[in-house]
Design a protein around this ligand. Sequence first.
Ligand code: PLP
Length: 427
Amino acid sequence: MKSYKDLSREELLQLHAKLEAEYEDAKGKGLKLDMSRGKPASSQLDVEMDIMDVLTSSSDYNTEAGMDCRNYGIVDGIPEAKKLMAEMMGVGSADNVIVCGNASLAIMYDTVSRSMTHGVLGSTPWCKLDKVKFLCPAPGYDRHFSVTEHFGIEMIIVPMTPQGPDMDTVEKLVSEDASIKGIWCVPKYSNPQGYSYSDETVKRFAALKPAAEDFRIFWDNAYAIHHLYDGAQDEILDIISECEKAGSPNMVYEFASTSKVSFPGAGIAAIASSKANLDDMRKAMTMQTIGYDKINQLRHVRYFKNLDGMTTHMKKHADIMRPKFEAVLKVLDGELGGLEIAQWTTPKGGYFISLETMDGCAKKTVAKCKEAGVVLTGAGAAFPYGSDPKDSNIRIAPTFPTLEELCEAADLFVLCVKLVSAEKLLD
Ligand code: PLP
């Protein structure tokens, strides 16, 4: 297909008129589709209903060590759940893990909140400092940015590359500025690009020499086992052991949950870190709760048993998700390939595809889609303060709609990308 940039003005005008007509037609169809939500389809939730059957009123509710999960006790998670989550995160020892409630985002929030009010391993509470800053590789996960914005933490964008955040920038900023206290990372199948950090990136993270003693890497390993392709999956180094080896065991907090393994909102979530960091956290946790939902922890352990159980289970998710990713990518390749008006990622796992339009076209494209009945994630949502400096990033979430709905939505989406791009080139 001929690049839009090689078209004469006359050709562009003709193309624009044709696209306008197609768009008006599409609007007439009265579509009502949603490609905005990074959540499992109900068909995915159906395949895991067996989880609910492993514990019944006649089950044994004791842990392997004989602790009754129905009662109070064990604030930091039952040992077998720690083991399961350590395996899922690729962390060497269950001693480095605390299992909490149902959501990793809540643990991330609490971790930032605790640092604000009580400091980090005895440091000055962040709320008493004039300025606290976080590095935010972007595009990234909008809720990370909402947490830091909520606490008045200044966010600094770091560009993303297919190997992870631009480490030259990270190293420079972190070593020079003691007000930088953290960085948000989604190291595997990142939200929204689906990038996985290279070994070099992970090692450079572990080797960071921050100006702030209380600087922490917030390593959100949300998509650790969320592969789309059997046998062609990304693997990343274990940041916990890399930080230990580099002599900075306290520099990282790792987070994960089974939200997209079992049930979003009813899974189990964990944090992994050094003993010192976890002891600090446990002190605050005992003020917060007498214990999390151990019955749910036990249910997950009894169902999955170990990483093999989880991996086998995740193949069922992949079988439902893969055709959806492939359908969207086919439309993108077929309709936008060679036009030089957009680039997109081809993830091997995770929940999203990320597309870059020409500068200044993302908001208009999302608005055009909405006008014709297809809802996408708001343009800019993947950037701190909801503001994409180039107004070019669009996050596509293929999992929730049915395959049929998705194909309709993708057709309209590419039409809008073309129309808005033609308009820009005519401007
Ligand atoms: N982290 C990332 C990168 C996510 O994409 C999501 C959900 O989309 C979450 C965390 C939420 O995880 P949880 O349900 O454990 O709070």
